[in-house]
Design a protein around this ligand. Structure first.
Ligand code: FAD
Ligand code: UDP
Length: 393
């Protein structure tokens, strides 16, 4: 009998498997329908021997010391500060927009103070910042919005920025200094030997059994377990009872080139040209030295594997219906980007999974404490068996 069946071996599932096994001595079966662990963070050495990310560039960054310390138990790190250039008006300029972006684009020599006034003169006043268009237009005005954000967002999401929550483009700041890093978090690093190795270390416990190429539906009725941790799409779990939750998909086109360097930055964004959004050159991320180089193009798609929840009001309303169903299943813990329909980064998923683990441990303690003296000297306690509360005397 397994204590937990964990569906999905990405960050959400693997953190919980690790905590439940190492932290609480539980017996865990973790299954994934893919042929590998690590979920979307999966990396591997391709035929040319170059370490690549199968599902697009994954760069670790966080402001949480707890998350960084937790993951540091399973990997050493290579310091890495991510940088992105955007191809706009026939030039490659820093993204997020900063002082150098403006000066290069407009052939100016503004100082940091002057660029602040320059952007303020372009910015449109908005009473309320509701959409992804509002966020950008209220900071840098319509022209820069159209050059950098409008078309990229339409390509990436199949929606206009005015149809998306503010949180989407708010991920990308605007700067008046020359800082050209994509992230400013206190911890920015890549697992020294890759993400997959880090996951292998997390799952390295005799109490954790791993089943790959396995949809949980194939085994859930035959393999006995007490509780489930589910990290797949929440609408699929409930057989789309309230209709399909929209997720955005991507197609990845990987290439290896017979040259040491393909482009001048780790990632180049193409807001206005091509069907793809960005090109990533992996050696920048991993620090690997190799005489060839591997890159990936990302082509946004409506159909395909669900990669991105789509943050907009009607989707939140639909998700709320699934959340209500999920709340009615105390035997199943819904965790992760797909199961909680949140556009979360890796560190946020780790934090979410650690919080869920804390709640599970807290609940078990409470259940143990409910062991009460029922007045006639006999002990009774409440335990959970596949969701239904059973009184044991
Ligand atoms: P996932 O990694 O998706 O894991 C869920 C797993 O569940 C999958 O492996 C899936 O196969 C499995 N599964 C689903 N249904 C079933 C089923 N029925 N039976 C069995 N298994 C099932 N985050 C960052 O912090 N930095 C980045 O640079 C970054 N870049 C990204 C780039 C791209 C292109 C994408 C798509 C995401 C990126 N992210 C990044 C986000 C990051 O991928 C997620 O935050 C993280 O992987 C979510 O982990 P998860 O465990 O919730 O989901
Ligand atoms: N974005 C954009 N132009 C860019 C970069 C980002 O319009 O050059 C918008 C786009 O809507 C994108 C969002 O900002 O989806 C968040 O960007 P991020 O790089 O964080 O996307 P992710 O890495 O999660 O795909």
């Amino acid at each position: 009998m397994f204590d937990y069946l964990i569906v999905g071996a990405g960050f959400a599932g693997s953190v919980l498997a690790e905590r439940l096994a190492n932290g609480s001595g539980k017996k865990v079966l973790i299954c994934d329908k893919r042929p590998h662990i690590a979920g979307n963070a999966y990396d591997y050495y391709n035929d040319e021997g170059i370490l690549i990310h199968k599902y697009g560039p994954h760069i670790f960054h966080t402001n949480s010391k707890d998350v960084f310390d937790y993951l540091s138990r399973f990997t050493e790190w290579r310091e890495y500060q991510h940088r992105v250039l955007a191809s706009v008006d026939g030039m490659l300029v820093p993204m997020p927009i900063n002082l150098d972006t403006i000066n290069k684009l407009y052939g100016l020599k503004l100082t940091a103070f002057e660029v602040e006034d320059f952007l303020a003169s372009l910015a449109e006043k908005k009473d309320q910042i509701k959409t992804s268009e509002d966020v950008v237009v209220s900071k840098v005005g319509r022209e820069l919005y159209e050059k950098f954000f409008r078309n990229y967002t339409r390509k990436q999401w199949g929606l206009d920025p005015s149809e998306l929550d503010a949180s989407v483009t708010a991920r990308v700041p605007t700067r008046t200094n020359r800082d050209d890093r994509y992230f400013t978090d206190s911890y920015q690093a890549m697992p020294k030997h890759g993400f997959t190795r880090m996951f292998e270390n997390m799952l390295d416990n005799p109490n954790i059994k791993i089943m790959l190429n396995c949809d949980y539906r194939e085994i859930a009725n035959d393999i006995p377990y007490r509780e489930m941790v589910y990290t797949g799409p929440v609408d699929s779990f409930f057989n789309y009872r309230h209709g399909k939750l929209p997720y955005r998909s991507l197609e990845f086109k990987h290439e290896t080139h017979d040259t040491e360097q393909f482009q001048t930055a780790p990632v180049v964004n193409y807001p206005n040209e091509h069907a793809y959004t960005r090109v990533t050159e992996f050696k920048y991320l991993t620090g690997q030295e190799h005489k060839k180089t591997s890159i990936v193009y990302e082509y946004p798609q409506a159909e395909g594997d669900p990669y991105y929840p789509i943050p907009r009001p009607e989707n939140s309303e639909l998700y709320a219906k699934y959340k209500a169903l999920a709340d009615g299943r105390p035997d199943v813990h819904f965790v992760g980007r797909l199961a909680t329909y949140k556009y979360y980064n890796m560190d946020q998923i780790v934090a979410q999974a650690l919080t869920v683990y804390g709640k599970i441990v807290g609940k078990k303690r409470q259940e143990a404490a409910v062991t009460t003296n029922n007045g006639n000297g006999k002990l009774s306690s409440k335990i959970q068996v596949n969701g239904s509360a059973v009184m044991v005397k």
